[in-house]
Design a protein around this ligand. Structure first.
Ligand SMILES: Cc1ncc(COP(=O)(O)O)c(C=O)c1O
Length: 351
C-alpha cells in the first residue's frame, strides 16, 4: 500500500547536530528573520507588529476562504478581523480585488506549495496601500520569476511542523524591517521529547504492516483540539531545522523530480493544478468532481490519496473554496521514483 503522507524529513543524525551553518539564506531572502515555536505563532507576531505600527487596533486581514484552518484562528487571536476572499487551491487576484478596499493586510497562502500570479497581488497591494503577508508554511523552495516565494511581500512566514517541507517543529518570521517579537513561553520539554521519539520511530511508523494502526493514531491527532503553539523556538529545535537546511537542496530535488514527472506523465491533465512559477512540490494535488470514486479506485489498487482534513472552506458564499474542500486529494511527493511511477501508471490506467 502506498500512503498519502510523506515520510518525515528529519534524520536521527539531525538530532545531534550543533550550530548548523546558517544555510537558510538561499531560501529565505529577507534581511530580518526571527525563530518562533510555529508558523501560526509567526503569523500572530507579524500581525501584532502591524497593529502597533499602523496604530490600528482593529486591523482587517484578507484571507483566502480555502486554507489551513489554524490561519483564521490565528488572525482572531492576534486581535484582527478576518475578511474572506474566495479561493481554490491557488488564489486569484480577481477575488482579492473584491475585498481590497475593505482590508489593511492581505494574506496570500501558498496552499500545498503552489503559487498564484504573485506579481498581480503585489501590484494590487501597492496600489491600495495594503500590507502583503506571504504564508510560506508549505512553500519553502518555491520560486516565481526566479525569486523565492516569501521575497515579494512586506512579511513572510514559514512553518517547520512535522509534515512540512522541512519537518520537525518551529516557525520563522521574515521581514524587510526589524520587528519586536514578544517574549514567549519556552517550548515544552515533553513536546520536544515526543518529536525526538517520532523522528526515531518514523520509519517503523510508516511501514506497511504498522500503517493501519498509525493511521488511526494520526486521525485521532488531527481531531484533537489544535494547540496554539505559542512558544519560543528552542535552540535544540533550531539546530534540527538548520541541520536539515544543509541538505534541503537534495530534499527539494527529490520532490521536484517527482512533481515534474507527474506533470509530464499524467495523461488526464485536468486533474492537475495549473502551475504559476515553480511550486515547492510538497504535495501532488489531484482535483476532480468524482474525488470519492477516484479515491476508492486508487485504494483498490493499493494507493491511498489523502483528504487534507486541516484544510477547510470558510462558511459563506465561497463556491471555489467549497469545491476545493470537496474535490482535493493529495499525495506527498517526498518518496522514491518507483512509488511515483506506480501512482502515475495506475492513474493513467483508470482514465
Ligand atoms: C497554509 C498554512 N498556513 C499556516 C500553517 C500553520 O503552521 P504551523 O502548523 O507551524 O503553525 C499551516 C500548517 O499547519 C499551513 O498549512
Amino acid at each position: 500500500m502506498l500512503i498519502s503522507q510523506q515520510r518525515i524529513t528529519p534524520r536521527i543524525s539531525d538530532l545531534f547536530k550543533r550550530n548548523g551553518s546558517d544555510s537558510i539564506k538561499q531560501y529565505v531572502s529577507k534581511p530580518h528573520t526571527y525563530w518562533v515555536g510555529s508558523g501560526r505563532e509567526a503569523l500572530r507576531q507579524i500581525l501584532s507588529h502591524c497593529r502597533v505600527k499602523s496604530n490600528n487596533d482593529k486591523l482587517k486581514v484578507g484571507i483566502p476562504a480555502y486554507t489551513c484552518h489554524v490561519v483564521k484562528d490565528t488572525i482572531e487571536r492576534a486581535g484582527c478581523i478576518p475578511v474572506f476572499y474566495d479561493s481554490g487551491v491557488v488564489a486569484e487576484v480577481d477575488e482579492a480585488e473584491k475585498i481590497i478596499s475593505k482590508i489593511d493586510v492581505l494574506l496570500l497562502c501558498y496552499n500545498f506549495g503552489f503559487l498564484p500570479e504573485i506579481k498581480d497581488f503585489v501590484n494590487l497591494c501597492n496600489t491600495n496601500n495594503v500590507i502583503l503577508v506571504e504564508d510560506c508554511a508549505q512553500a519553502l523552495g518555491a520560486t516565481y520569476n526566479r525569486k523565492s516565494a516569501g521575497s515579494f511581500g512586506d512579511y513572510a512566514f514559514y512553518s517547520f511542523g512535522i509534515s512540512k517541507n522541512i519537518g520537525f517543529a518551529g516557525g520563522l518570521i521574515a521581514s524587510n524591517e526589524e520587528i519586536y517579537v514578544s517574549k514567549l513561553p519556552k517550548y515544552p520539554l515533553q513536546k520536544q521529547f515526543d518529536l525526538i521519539i517520532k523522528t526515531i520511530v518514523s520509519r517503523l511508523f510508516f511501514a506497511n504492516t504498522v500503517y493501519p494502526f498509525t493511521k488511526l493514531f494520526l486521525n485521532s491527532e488531527l481531531h484533537k483540539e489544535q494547540d496554539f503553539l505559542s512558544y519560543a523556538c528552542s535552540p535544540f529545535i533550531k539546530n534540527v531545522i538548520l541541520s536539515q537546511f544543509e541538505r534541503y537542496d537534495s530534499i527539494y530535488n527529490t520532490r521536484l523530480r517527482n512533481g515534474q514527472y507527474c506533470y509530464s506523465s499524467i495523461l488526464k491533465k485536468d486533474l492537475l493544478t495549473e502551475l504559476k512559477g515553480t511550486p515547492s512540490w510538497l504535495y501532488l494535488v489531484l482535483q476532480t468532481e468524482n474525488s470519492h470514486l477516484l479515491q476508492k479506485s486508487l485504494e483498490a489498487r493499493g494507493i491511498e490519496v489523502g483528504r487534507m482534513l486541516t484544510f477547510k472552506s470558510s462558511t459563506g458564499n465561497f463556491p471555489k473554496a467549497q469545491k476545493a474542500e470537496k474535490e482535493v486529494l493529495t499525495f506527498a511527493l517526498y518518496r522514491s521514483k518507483k512509488e511515483i511511477e506506480k501512482l502515475v501508471g495506475v492513474l493513467n490506467n483508470i482514465y
